[in-house]
Design a protein around this ligand. Sequence first.
Ligand code: GDP
Length: 208
Amino acid sequence: MQIKTAKFVVSNQEVHKCPTNQLPEYAFIGRSNVGKSSLINMLTNQKSLAKTSGRPGKTQLINHFIINENWFLVDLPGYGYARVSKSAKKTFQKFITAYFRERKQLVSAFVLVDIRHKPQPVDLAFMQWLGEHGIPFSIVFTKADKLRPKSIEDHIDTYKNILLESWEEFPNHFITSSTNYAGKEALLNYIETINTDLENSTNKLPFQ
Ligand code: GDP
């Protein structure tokens, strides 16, 4: 897929204020500094559509961008555990879980992880949460330019082995780099294929 247009639409923290159009939408999420803004800018051929890290006090928002006037790319804030409650119960930020539970237009999520790091408990917990809630997702390994090909394979294998302890299959995944554009075509083609299937299906969209 060629991205011809990519425009910011709206930012907010409330699912009911997200766009009401019935366009398919794809959400990008990961820990802060994982390379999410760089990836979104790389995918959309823009320098600063998504704001890169380093801004102090960066507000946590659900950001909607409309792509080619026919699907939404959603930039979600870095997840972490919300402030630990008295009972020490750990949860993800409420508005993020509300978005995933309630947003009917959501077709699939992309969970970003830095390919250099061992699987992190918070990422695994988030994928587990998505699985438990029946939300389809792909893993996007970022910053692949920082590793040699053999090392990339080893890191993916480690991830796979850990996930297969609790999952039946290793989720769909992409190996990307915003520096050398690795994975760009594969990821955009994946979205395009789903969008085409949705357009051709009798139900049009899964959420209608
Ligand atoms: P965000 O907080 O997830 O939005 O992360 P950013 O996109 O702001 O990236 C965090 C840091 O990682 C920045 O210094 C980026 O320049 C760097 N970075 C992001 N993606 C890549 C990549 O693919 N390769 C390399 N080498 N650095 C990257």
